[in-house]
Design a protein around this ligand. Structure first.
Ligand code: ADP
Length: 592
C-alpha cells in the first residue's frame, strides 16, 4: 500500500512537472515567435526609415536641380517663345562642378531640341515631349538617352497659361548613386534601385537591368514580378515579397518626392533578414529549453524532498496499522489460547479425578469386579492424562523459555538417521491403534552431526503426533530423510486434511490453530509448531510447509551438517529406549 502511495506521489510530481515543462516550453516557443515577429517589425520599420531617408535625400537633390531649371527658365520666358537663340542665355549656367548638369538644352514648341554643345534633334515623338505639352515635368531617361547613366530632367516653360517650350538638362546619375550609398542598409545581397513612374529602371547596381521595364515581361522579369511591380507603381509605399534571380527577397519601396512618382526600392534577401533574428531566437530557445529542463529536474528534486516527510508519515501509518492488526490478531489468539488451555487443563484433570473417584468407589464397595485389568485400565488413563498435563506444562515452560531466550542447546555428535528412525519406530504401534500407518524412509544410513538429540526428538514426535492427529483412518504418515551433503533434509509428510495456503507462515506462530472446530475434538494448544520452529531455528535450520487441503501436508526441515570438534563420537549420547517411549507417551498424550 505504501509503495502504491509512493508511486502515486512520484507520478503526481513527474506529471505536474512535465505538464508545467510542456506548458512553459510552449509559452517560450510562442514568446520567441512573438519576439521574432517584433524583431522583424523593428527591422521592417528601420529598413523603411532608411529607405524613406534615402528617398527624401534623392527627392531633395532632384528638387534642387528642378529649382535651378525653373530659375533659368524665367530668363527665357520674356520673349514668349522659346527659340534656338535662347540656348545662348542658359549656356553660361552649365557649370558642372557647382550644379552637376552635364548638358543643358531648350526645346521649342515644335519639338526642336538645342543643347549647349550645338546639337540639334527633334523630340516631337518622344514621351518627354508629350508630357511637356501636358504641362508635366519629365524626369527620366526613357527615349532620350536610353541605356545611359544620364538622367534627363525637363520642365515646361509656361507663359500666360500656355506652354511655350521647355528647358532641360542632363544629370550624371552617379550623384544619386552616391546618395544611395550613403543610406545603404547593411545586409548581405541588399541593394537599392530606382524606377520611374512607368516602370523603367533608372538606376540599378546591375547595369544590364537599365534596359528593363519592370512592367514588361522579359527573361529576367517574370509574369509574377511584373504583376507585383505594377501594384508597386500604384502604391506610394509598402513592402513587396518576390523571387528575383532565385533569391527570395523583400523590397521596401517608397515614392521619391519631387519626381514624377519615382519609386526607390531597397531589396533585402529574406534569408539575410531572417537569419540573424532566427539565430538569436534559436539561441534563446535553446537556453530556455536547457533552463526549463534544469528547472524541471530541480522541481522534481524539491517535490521529492517535500514529499519525503509525507511518505515517511504514510509509511509510519502503514506500519502502525500493521502492528495494530498484528497485536489485535495476537490478542485474539491469546484469548483463544487461554480458553484452550483451560480446556486442556480441565479435560485430563477431570478424567484423573473421575478415575480416582471410581477407584475409591470400587474400594469402598469392596467390589469383586475390581480385577487387575480394570485397575490397569484406570491406571493407564490416569497416566495418559498426567502425561497430557505434563506435555502442556512442558510446552508452556518451553515457550516462555524460547520467548525469553533461555532455550539452550545441549549439542553432541549424534547419528541423526538413527535418532529419527528410533523416534519414528516408537510411534508406529500407537498410530496403528488409531488406524494410521507410519513409514520411515532414508537414503542415508549414517549422518553424524552436532545436534541436541532431545530437542530433535521432540520436533519429530510433535510433527508425527500432528500427522496422526490431523489425518483420517487409513491415512499414511511418512518420515523421510534425504542427504544433501552439507545439509540433511527431514520430511514429515501425511495424507491428511491439509492446511490452507494462507496459514503457510502463520502456522508456526504461537497459538495458531487452523482447525479450531475440529480441534475441539482433537485437542491442542497451538504452541506445538511454534516450539518445533524455535527448536529448528536454534539449530540454525529451516522449516517449511507444503500442503494442500484434503490432500495432506509436508513439513520439511533442513539442518546444517557439522560436528562438534570438542567431542568425540565415542561420547555420543544414546537415548535409552524406555525414555524415548516416555517422551512419545507425553507427545501423543492428547491423541485418543
Ligand atoms: P496443536 O497443539 O493445536 O496441535 P500445533 O502448533 O502443533 O498446535 O499445530 C497448530 C495447528 O496447525 C493445529 O491446530 C492444526 O490446525 C494445524 N496442523 C498442524 N499439523 C497439521 C497437519 N499435519 N495436518 C493438518 N493440520 C495441521
Amino acid at each position: 500500500m505504501n509503495k502504491e502511495y509512493k508511486k502515486s506521489i512520484t507520478l503526481i510530481i513527474i506529471f505536474t512537472v512535465t505538464i508545467s515543462m510542456i506548458l512553459t516550453g510552449y509559452l517560450t516557443y510562442l514568446s520567441t515567435n512573438f519576439t521574432t515577429n517584433i524583431m522583424l517589425d523593428i527591422v521592417n520599420e528601420n529598413s523603411f526609415r532608411q529607405v524613406e531617408a534615402c528617398s527624401n535625400a534623392i527627392g531633395k537633390w532632384v528638387g534642387n536641380k528642378e529649382k535651378l531649371l525653373f530659375e533659368w527658365s524665367k530668363m527665357i520666358k520674356s520673349d514668349n517663345k522659346v527659340s534656338k537663340n535662347d540656348i545662348k542665355i542658359i549656356s553660361p549656367k552649365l557649370d558642372y562642378a557647382s550644379n552637376q548638369f552635364i548638358n543643358l538644352y531648350i526645346i521649342d514648341i515644335d519639338g526642336n531640341k538645342y543643347d549647349v554643345y550645338n546639337q540639334h534633334t527633334n523630340v516631337v515623338d518622344k514621351l518627354a515631349f508629350r508630357k511637356i505639352l501636358d504641362r508635366q515635368k519629365y524626369c527620366s531617361n526613357e527615349g532620350l538617352v536610353k541605356d545611359s547613366l544620364i538622367l534627363e530632367m525637363i520642365i515646361p516653360i509656361v507663359s500666360n497659361g500656355d506652354v511655350i517650350g521647355a528647358i532641360g538638362g542632363d544629370l550624371d546619375i552617379k550623384y544619386i548613386n552616391e546618395i544611395i550609398e550613403e543610406f545603404k542598409i547593411n545586409y548581405a545581397k541588399s541593394y537599392s534601385y530606382l524606377l520611374d513612374r512607368d516602370g523603367n529602371v533608372l538606376l540599378h547596381p546591375d547595369m544590364s537591368m537599365l534596359k528593363e521595364n519592370v512592367t514588361i515581361k522579359s527573361d529576367r522579369i517574370s509574369h509574377e514580378i511584373m504583376n507585383k511591380f505594377k501594384s508597386v507603381l500604384e502604391t506610394s509605399m509598402g513592402i513587396l515579397e518576390y523571387n528575383f534571380d532565385n533569391v527570395h527577397s523583400r523590397g521596401y519601396f517608397i515614392e521619391v518626392p519631387n519626381t514624377n512618382e519615382w519609386r526607390i526600392v531597397t531589396k533585402i534577401s529574406t534569408a539575410s533578414l531572417y537569419t540573424p533574428i532566427k539565430k538569436k531566437t534559436n539561441r534563446l530557445l535553446i537556453l530556455a529549453t536547457i533552463g526549463i529542463f534544469l528547472i524541471g529536474i530541480v522541481s522534481i528534486a524539491i517535490g521529492r524532498f517535500i514529499a519525503k516527510p509525507i511518505l515517511r508519515l504514510s509509511e509510519d501509518v502503514v506500519n502502525k496499522t500493521r502492528e495494530l492488526e498484528e497485536t489485535r490478531e495476537y490478542d485474539k489468539l491469546k484469548t483463544e489460547f487461554f480458553s484452550n488451555i483451560s480446556h486442556e487443563l480441565k479435560t485430563p484433570l477431570n478424567l484423573i479425578f473421575s478415575t480416582t473417584q471410581l477407584l475409591e468407589l470400587h474400594v469402598k464397595d469392596n467390589n469383586s469386579n475390581l480385577d487387575e485389568e480394570v485397575i490397569y485400565k484406570h491406571a493407564k488413563l490416569v497416566k495418559q492424562n498426567s502425561n497430557r498435563l505434563l506435555r502442556l506444562i512442558n510446552n508452556l515452560l518451553d515457550s516462555t523459555k524460547i520467548e525469553s531466550g533461555f532455550m539452550k542447546l545441549n549439542l553432541s555428535n549424534v547419528n541423526i538417521v538413527e535418532l529419527i528412525e528410533n523416534t519414528t519406530l516408537t510411534t508406529i504401534e500407537y498410530a496403528k491403534s488409531q488406524g494410521k500407518e507410519i513409514i520411515f524412509d532414508t537414503d542415508v544410513e549414517e549422518k553424524i552431526m552436532a545436534i541436541d538429540s532431545e530437542k530433535i526428538e521432540r520436533v519429530i514426535l510433535n510433527l508425527i503426533s500432528n500427522g496422526v492427529k490431523f489425518t483420517n483412518q487409513g491415512d499414511v504418515i511418512m518420515v523421510k530423510i534425504k542427504d544433501l551433503n552439507n545439509k540433511i533434509q527431514i520430511t514429515v509428510q501425511d495424507t491428511g486434511i491439509g492446511i490452507p495456503k494462507e496459514y503457510k507462515e502463520k502456522i508456526f506462530r504461537r497459538f495458531t490453530q487452523v482447525h479450531a472446530l475440529y480441534n475441539r475434538q482433537k485437542e491442542g494448544s497451538g504452541i506445538g509448531l511454534y516450539i518445533v520452529k524455535s527448536l529448528v531455528d536454534i539449530h540454525k535450520g529451516y522449516i517449511s510447509l507444503e500442503s494442500e487441503v484434503n490432500k495432506g501436508s509436508s513439513f520439511i526441515i533442513e539442518l546444517p551438517v557439522y560436528t562438534n570438534t570438542e567431542e568425540s563420537i565415542m561420547n555420543e549420547k544414546k537415548i535409552p529406549e524406555h525414555e524415548g517411549d516416555a517422551r512419545r507417551d507425553i507427545e501423543f498424550s492428547d491423541i485418543y
